[in-house]
Write a protein that binds this ligand. Structure first.
Ligand code: SF4
Length: 379
């Protein structure tokens, strides 16, 4: 039996980017005592990011349902009876209205998802028009459209796309338990096209689908040994949607919340400079679990009441959680001392008698019209 020593995660290792993790090393990290794992992940998080900042993205389904693929977790697969009604590609105008609303609610990145196996060439100019429009609003752009054919990644890049999302979903050896209509290698090929076009990659997976801890380690190992670490790593916790095979599997137990937090922590240790994103499944998480995940190195969330077709915490719940935890949306200046309802910017402190939009401004970037007239709002 090979003995794998514990990977070093201190001093120099805090800032070292590695692409040569062995799978056994990843598993050793998973098996650290929980407080030690979170402590190490928090150290690495601080070496690369301000731990009080969380990047906020919004995800919009621009083409819903009717997908020919058979992903066992997905309510948009046309072969499952989940109550999702297939819709055509949205108009650019409608997408831009939603993007503006997302920006007004504090999002800095706007992701557009389409339930396609892969986009037809005739769809690319329509999506490109959306990307140009969203970009013109001052938002980062991300798209998830399925597998990409030759030249499509470049066309999206030319339109101003910043990120392309394409998840590995799970470990290579568990993949066939979940998806049968395309291969792991297809996913790797699309990621390769995305990188070659100079797009940033958003790539993660789903946990809680019945995989073992070894297979969760396998997913993170696959992500961390890609030629470049994904810029964003969404970690989804399975949402069981009635009508999908995984929801109908009564033997499938809920993933232990601590195991989910472990997964976040190991992702942070393996990919120190990536944005580790809490994605699907957040609505079902307690505030306490989300707080543990932020400690473990998660620094990105999807914001808004829907994630494609599944639920997501409401804006109010997120705002309240950010205030309770003293977090703020990435890119927003200032700090919030919620106990005193005090906001501090360099050289300027404003005392608020009551919570108001100023708190929202610092936490999620929300600024209402009344803020403009407020004598105490900071520049
Ligand atoms: S996850 Fe994507 S590719 Fe799979 S069925 Fe759903 S929409 Fe289709």
């Amino acid at each position: 039996m090979t003995v794998v020593s514990e990977p070093t995660c201190r001093t120099d290792a805090l800032i070292t980017l590695r692409h040569d993790w062995s799978r056994d090393e990843v598993l050793v990290l998973f098996e650290l005592p929980f407080p030690e794992l979170l402590f190490r992940a928090a150290q690495v998080h601080r070496a690369h990011f301000d731990p009080a900042e969380v990047q906020v993205s919004t995800l919009l389904s621009v083409k819903t349902g009717g997908c020919p693929e058979d992903c066992s977790y997905c309510p948009q697969a046309q072969r499952y009876h989940t109550g999702v009604t297939a819709q055509k590609l949205m108009s650019t105008q409608a997408v831009l209205e939603r993007a503006q609303a997302a920006k007004d609610a504090g999002a800095s990145r706007f992701c557009m998802g389409a339930a396609w196996r892969s986009p037809a060439d005739r769809d690319i100019p329509k999506v490109a028009e959306m990307i140009r429009g969203v970009k013109a609003l001052g938002l980062e752009t991300c798209a998830t459209l399925g597998m990409l054919g030759d030249g499509q990644a470049q066309s999206l890049k030319d339109a101003g796309l910043d990120y392309y999302n394409h998840n590995l979903d799970t470990a290579p050896e568990f993949y066939g338990e979940v998806i049968h209509t395309r291969a792991y290698q297809d996913r790797l090929d699309t990621l390769s096209q995305v990188r070659d076009a100079g797009l940033k990659t958003c790539c993660g997976g789903i946990v809680g689908m019945g995989e073992s801890r070894e297979q969760r380690a396998g997913l993170l190992h696959a992500l961390a040994t890609l030629p470049a670490h994904p810029d964003s790593v969404p970690i989804n916790r399975l949402v069981k949607v009635a009508g999908t095979p995984l929801a109908d599997d009564e033997s499938l137990a809920e993933l232990d919340p601590f195991e989910f937090a472990r997964t976040i922590a190991v992702a942070r240790l393996l990919m120190p400079r990536s944005m580790v994103r809490l994605s699907a499944g957040r609505e079902q998480m307690s505030d306490e679990l989300q707080a543990l995940c932020f400690i473990a190195g998660a620094n990105s969330i999807f914001h808004g009441e829907k994630l494609l077709t599944t639920g997501n915490p409401g804006v109010d719940r997120d705002q309240a959680l950010f205030v309770r935890l003293g977090l703020r949306a990435m890119g927003m200046p200032g700090k919030v001392d919620n106990a005193a309802h005090t906001m501090t910017n360099p050289g300027k402190t404003v005392q608020r008698a009551v919570a108001c939009d100023a708190i929202s401004t610092a936490t999620l970037g929300v600024r209402s019209d009344s803020c403009a007239a407020c004598p105490t709002i900071m520049p």
